[in-house]
Design a protein around this ligand. Sequence first.
Ligand SMILES: [Zn+2]
Length: 233
Amino acid sequence: MPPFEYKVIRSKRIASGATISVHPERGVTVRAPFWLPAFAIKKFVEEKSDWIMKHLSVRSPRPEEKKYEHGEKHLFFGREYPLNIIESDTPGRTRVEINEEILTASVYKGYVGPKRITELKDGMLRWYLETGILVITEKVNYYSEQIGVDYSRIDIKKVSSIWGSCSPDNKLCFNRKLIMAPHEIVNYVVIHEVCHMVHRNHSSHFWGLVAKFDPRYKEHRRWLHRNHLLLSI
Ligand SMILES: [Zn+2]
């Protein structure tokens, strides 16, 4: 699924190509002639994805660039945690830990200036990915069991054009930005991809199954579409 939703309007004209428009309330609309197959529309949208994202971004809130300073807030599954930086005497990688209230990063005191920031940033990213995959795997296990399907593997990747995907051999892939999103939003993406193991399309049967496990899926899909830029990792 691309990180935005879009509506397709078919036209009866033969001699016309597909066009895309982005509207603040109506979102993304694709106008395509009736004879253009669905896969061609999907490909067209994917090709224009950067352009669409740029137009959507103008209206989305933008996060500030992270400075990795003491007390700075960092998102983890929808909750903001202040960053507690402690100096360590041992050279090596930055270690990160979380408790109920606080995110603690211990960075070698010999690292200063840009090196310190890079070390903190890398340490945080490693921690996000290691912890994030555990949480997402738990969610996938839960919903796969509920829905009665088996996946072959789970990956978390840096991708800009999708939130999640499910391959024909049931490999699931999730956008690493989801680690910052609230649980109900991540649950929706997990349910969406797990349901693709049953229905490999976006038919009404597919959405019916999604709705069974996430009755508020439309709201969650809209949230992703509006807030994707807040999730910067
Ligand atoms: Zn899908």
